[in-house]
Ligand binder design. Structure first.
Ligand code: CO
Length: 487
C-alpha cells in the first residue's frame, strides 16, 4: 500500500497563533508528564533560544524577531529530564521591563510609542540576544548577529554580561548567530568558526576560528562589494562560503521613522545571487553567480572532485511581511515557500549548477555534527505537513541524499514544529544513528512538548514526548551539548 501525502495544509490558524503569545514566567522543574521513555544513553543539555516576549507590557511587537531572547535548557540525565527557562538580561530587556513600555525601535519594524517624532533618526537598537545559543569552551553564549553575544551561566542561565572574547570584539561589534563547528577530522581539532559582517556600500566580512580552549587561532578578513545581507554561511576544509542575496537597502523610510530597517530591504529578481568562495588559508575571494534567490540558512557544504557543494534553503524572493500587517494574521499563501537546493560550484570554471533536493516547504536544517563540512548522507529539516503549498512547519523530514528517499513525521493538525536538532548516539557507527529532538507547540492544549525521535526511523513518531507545564513561544535556533550541568 502506498500512503499518499496530504495535499492541503489542514491546520487552524487560531491554533497556530497561540504559539505567538509571550511567556513571561520563568520555570525550573523536573519534567514528569512523559509519554514513552527517554533513552538512558541520551545525556546532556539541549539549549534553545527565541523570542520569549511578543509584547512589552501589553503593547504587541510588530515582528516576532524583535522579541527579547529567552533561553530554555532541557537537561537529559539517566532517563529523566529537567526544564528551565530564563530571559537574557540584556540592557534593553532590563530597561524596558523596569519602564513597563517599549523604549527601543525593533529592527524588524516594531516602533516605539509616540509616532514618527519618537522614531525618526533613532538608530539606537537593543541587542535582544534572541537568535541562537551555543556552548563552547565552557561558555554559554546567546547570539544576535548585529551585536556582541551575551554570556550566561550554563547551569542557572543567569546572565553574566556581554562577551568580547578577550578584546576580540569591541562594544557594538557584530558577531553572527550562525557559527559552525568543523569537526576534528578535517582540521586536526574541532574548530568553532564564525563570521561578523558590517554591511555598507562595501561590506567587511571577518572570520574567526576558535579552538576547543576558546582561543582565536585563525582569522581572515575580506571586503565584499555592495550591500550584503548575510545571516548564515558554511565552511569546508578549504573555503568559507557566503551567499550574497540580490537585495538593496533603502534606509530613508527607516531614518524617517516610517519603517523598521528590516522592512527597507528590497529584492532585485533581475540581479544574480553572488556566491563567494573565500579561501580559508590564503588567496583571494572568488565570486560566482547563480539565479536570483534569497537564502537565510544553509544545511551543509563540502568539497568533492574539484567542486564545492552547498545545500541551502532558497526562497524565490525576500520573504518579508507586508508593512503594517500583524504577523499573527500572515497569509502563508502569499509568502514564498523555502525549498532545499543543491549548488555545485566549480571554482576552475567559475560555474554554478543547481538542482532541487526537497520541494516541500521547509526550514531549519540539521545533520549529524560529525559531517559538517564533509560529504554527508542525511539531512533533517522542519517541513510543512502537505507536500505542496506553504504553511507553518508541522513536521520533521529526513532525506537520504544518496537514494532520495524521504521520511516524514508530522505533528499536524494541532502541532507546530520548531527547529530539529540531531544528537548522535554514543558509539554510533552509522551517520543516522542518533536522535532528533525538537520543541513542538500543541495548539489544542496551548502547551509545548519536547519530542525525541529515533533518527533512523522518523515515521513511527516520537519515542518520548515530554509534556511541559506551559507553552514556549516559537523559537529560532538551539544546540545540544553532552555536558550535564549540575542542578
Ligand atoms: Co538563523
Amino acid at each position: 500500500m502506498t500512503v499518499s501525502a496530504p495535499t492541503s495544509n489542514d491546520y487552524l490558524s487560531h491554533n497556530w497563533q497561540g504559539g505567538h503569545e509571550s511567556l513571561t514566567q520563568e520555570y525550573d522543574y523536573a519534567i514528569t508528564d512523559i509519554d514513552g521513555d527517554i533513552p538512558v544513553d541520551l545525556q546532556g543539555t539541549l539549549f534553545r533560544n527565541g523570542p520569549g516576549l511578543l509584547d512589552v507590557n501589553g503593547t504587541p511587537l510588530q515582528h516576532p524577531f524583535d522579541g527579547d531572547g529567552m533561553i530554555c535548557a532541557i537537561r537529559f540525565h539517566q532517563g529523566q529530564a529537567h526544564f528551565r527557562n530564563r530571559f537574557v538580561r540584556t540592557e534593553g530587556y532590563v530597561a524596558e521591563q523596569a519602564a513597563g513600555k517599549i523604549l527601543y525601535r525593533g529592527v524588524f519594524g516594531t516602533p516605539k510609542p509616540g509616532g514618527l517624532l519618537a522614531n525618526a533618526f533613532d538608530i539606537n537598537f537593543k541587542n535582544i540576544a534572541n537568535t541562537h545559543v551555543i556552548y563552547w569552551a565552557d561558555k554559554l553564549l546567546a547570539l544576535w548577529e548585529a551585536d556582541q553575544p551575551y554570556r550566561l551561566d550554563p547551569a542557572t542561565l543567569d546572565t553574566l554580561g556581554l562577551e568580547n572574547f578577550s578584546g576580540l570584539l569591541k562594544p557594538g561589534d557584530p558577531f553572527s548567530a550562525h557559527p559552525r563547528i568543523l569537526p576534528g577530522a578535517t582540521t586536526a581539532e574541532d574548530r568553532l568558526v564564525n563570521f561578523a559582517i558590517k554591511p555598507g556600500l562595501s561590506s567587511t566580512v571577518k572570520i574567526f576560528e576558535f579552538d576547543r580552549a576558546g582561543e582565536v587561532v585563525h582569522q581572515r578578513q575580506f571586503a565584499i562589494p555592495g550591500f550584503a545581507f548575510i545571516h548564515d554561511f558554511t565552511v569546508t576544509p578549504n573555503y568559507y562560503v557566503f551567499f550574497q542575496n540580490p537585495v538593496t537597502l533603502n534606509p530613508i523610510p527607516f531614518l524617517f521613522g516610517l519603517k523598521g530597517a528590516g522592512e527597507c530591504i528590497s529584492f532585485n529578481a533581475q540581479n544574480p545571487t553572488k556566491v563567494w568562495l573565500l579561501p580559508r588559508q590564503s588567496g583571494q575571494p572568488q565570486q560566482l553567480k547563480t539565479d536570483a534567490c534569497f537564502v537565510f540558512h544553509h544545511a551543509n557544504a563540502y568539497e568533492a572532485d574539484g567542486q564545492v557543494i552547498v545545500d541551502s534553503i532558497c526562497y524565490d524572493t525576500f520573504p518579508s511581511l507586508e508593512s503594517g500587517v500583524d504577523f499573527r494574521n500572515i497569509d502563508f499563501d502569499a509568502v514564498p515557500p523555502g525549498k532545499l537546493w543543491r549548488f555545485q560550484m566549480t571554482p576552475e570554471t567559475a560555474t554554478v549548477e543547481k538542482q532541487p533536493l526537497i520541494t516541500r516547504s521547509c526550514e531549519f536544517p540539521t545533520l549529524n555534527p560529525a559531517q559538517v563540512g564533509q560529504d554527508y548522507r542525511y539531512v533533517y529539516i522542519g517541513a510543512t505537513d502537505a507536500s505542496v503549498g506553504n504553511a507553518p512547519l508541522q513536521g520533521i523530514l529526513k532525506r537520504d541524499l544518496q537514494t532520495g528517499e524521504e521520511q516524514l513525521w508530522s505533528a499536524a493538525p494541532q502541532g507546530f514544529m520548531g527547529e530539529p536538532v540531531f544528537i548522535p548516539k554514543p558509539n554510533a557507527t552509522q551517520e543516522d544513528q542518533g536522535w532528533v529532538v525538537a520543541v513542538v507547540y500543541d495548539g489544542d492544549r496551548n502547551r509545548s512538548d519536547v519530542v525525541i525521535l529515533d533518527a533512523e526511523q522518523l515515521e513511527p513518531g516520537p519515542i518520548a514526548r515530554l509534556h511541559l507545564q506551559h507553552h514556549i513561544p516559537y523559537g529560532l535556533h538551539g544546540s545540544f551539548t553532552p555536558t550535564v550541568f549540575a542542578p
